[in-house]
Design a protein around this ligand. Structure first.
Ligand code: BJ8
Length: 424
């Protein structure tokens, strides 16, 4: 089948047949998981449109920006400060890594017992499937978990990669290391873009990224209402889209959607029955199109009211302090904000336990599902502490480990249904 974008795919050197296969899977998934939902608000049309054009208009926009001289920076972790990228007049995209396609290629150069997210990004590159990866002038990796850290060494054979060192603890010396890393990243971005980051540009960028976080915070607050005004699937999609859509457009559109949601809440309307068990998902990020667990949960009679995840609250909870006027003060504020991220790669990581309990209470969640990708040690190890913290708070937990394959859907359904039944 030919599409208006075929020339673009050829220029990006995608494997056309494999890419077409990916789009078909994505389209079918989206139809089954998203378009089948009833009672969605008008604002959701924006999500449907963006997703239908995820491999289309947005890539064209990136190509047009590149033709004007802008650079595209790809990332796989929320530690990479987008404020600096934007201040250098570049575009940052969070690369998705949520599909199994490309796994076979990845397993030729990675151990099989590697988490699905890592296999996915390596596989996408090797199989020439992702127009976002192919649009990137630089891919920024980071030393978070061991799997990612080592995978970037391999990835660097296929794409331009720069790696940020993320501390593993949060002591004064770690904070100094992190500040130095932010400064090193600034230099690298200036080198790649050819633009000097000025205080005025950085201030503007800080405001822009904070505005996107603020609208997502507003969305999260609205989800505390009962009945829930939006499905967990749609909220996850919004968070996923936030990583690659234009930040100004995204913030405006989600603001409009929140206005609509506010009206629904005022009218006492929701997308699930008032007594549907409310669940918080917690753990590993769910990248596009990893919608498996939310779909299983919401077709089991429960509604997801929050995501304690990097594609969720962990990415938007903290704002950068906007009061600084000098470059130094702003870089310091950026370093402070990012070091507050409570990824399980840190030791110890007590903040995350508190955040999960607080979030479950704020959102009036009846239970928590801890979601770990198979072979992800940081989150699997931390799940024991999460369980203990929730037990102490009297909140039930279901611990799920899975990957991107569909083989365990029935088994997951049985476990989730039993958990939901217990909460009724
Ligand atoms: S700040 S959560 S985005 S590292 S699932 S690759 S941890 S083995 S994704 Fe993450 Fe940054 Fe942390 Fe967030 Fe490794 Fe685990 Fe795989 Fe993971």
């Amino acid at each position: 089948m030919t599409t208006p974008y075929d020339d673009m795919w050829e220029k990006l050197n995608l494997d056309l047949a494999a890419h077409e296969g990916l789009l078909q899977v994505l389209g079918k998934f989206y139809g089954d998981i998203y378009l089948s939902q009833s009672g969605r608000l008008k604002g959701m049309e924006y999500l449907d449109f963006v997703l239908s054009e995820v491999h289309g208009l947005r890539i064209r926009e990136l190509q047009e920006a590149k033709a004007r001289g802008q650079k595209v920076i790809g990332t796989f972790c929320v530690f990479v400060p987008e404020e600096l990228t934007l201040a250098a007049d570049a575009i940052q995209v969070g690369l998705c890594a949520g599909a199994e396609i490309g796994k076979e290629a990845a397993e030729k150069i990675l151990p099989r017992n590697t988490c699905a997210l890592i296999k996915s990004f390596v596989g996408f590159k090797l199989a020439r499937l992702c127009p976002y990866i192919e649009s990137c002038d630089l891919i920024v990796g980071e030393t978070t978990c061991d799997g990612k850290k080592k995978a970037y060494e391999i990835f660097a054979d296929y794409a331009p990669v720069y790696v940020m060192e993320i501390p593993q603890m949060k002591q004064a010396c770690d904070s100094n290391l992190w500040k130095a890393e932010i400064a090193r990243f600034k230099d690298e971005i200036e080198r790649v873009t050819g633009h000097t980051i000025t205080a005025a540009k950085l201030k503007e960028a800080i405001k822009l990224v904070n505005a996107r976080r603020t609208v997502l915070q507003r969305l999260n607050r609205l989800r505390a209402a009962a009945p829930a005004p939006i499905s967990g699937r749609d909220a996850l999609l919004i968070n996923q889209i936030s990583f690659y859509d234009d930040p100004v457009r995204f913030t405006a559109k989600i603001g409009e959607l929140c206005d609509e949601l506010e009206e629904s809440v005022k009218a006492g309307q929701g997308i699930a029955p008032q007594d549907a068990p409310r669940l918080l998902l917690s753990g590993c990020p769910m990248a596009v199109p990893n919608w498996k667990l939310p779909f299983v949960v919401e077709s089991s009679g429960a509604v997801i009211v929050g995501e304690e995840s990097c594609i969720g609250t962990r990415n938007i909870r903290d704002l950068v302090d906007e009061s600084g006027d000098t470059l130094e003060a702003m870089l310091e504020a950026i370093a402070d904000r990012y070091l507050r991220i409570d990824c399980a790669c840190f030791t110890p990581n007590p903040e995350r336990l508190k955040h999960i309990v607080d979030l479950a209470r704020d959102l009036k969640a009846d239970g928590v599902i801890h979601y770990g990708l198979s072979f992800c040690q940081p989150y699997a190890m931390e799940a024991f502490k999460v369980e203990k913290a929730l037990q102490d708070a009297g909140i039930p937990l279901l611990n799920i480990e899975t990957d991107y394959s569909m083989e365990d859907v029935e088994q997951l359904k049985t476990r989730v249904e039993a958990f939901v039944e217990m909460l009724h």
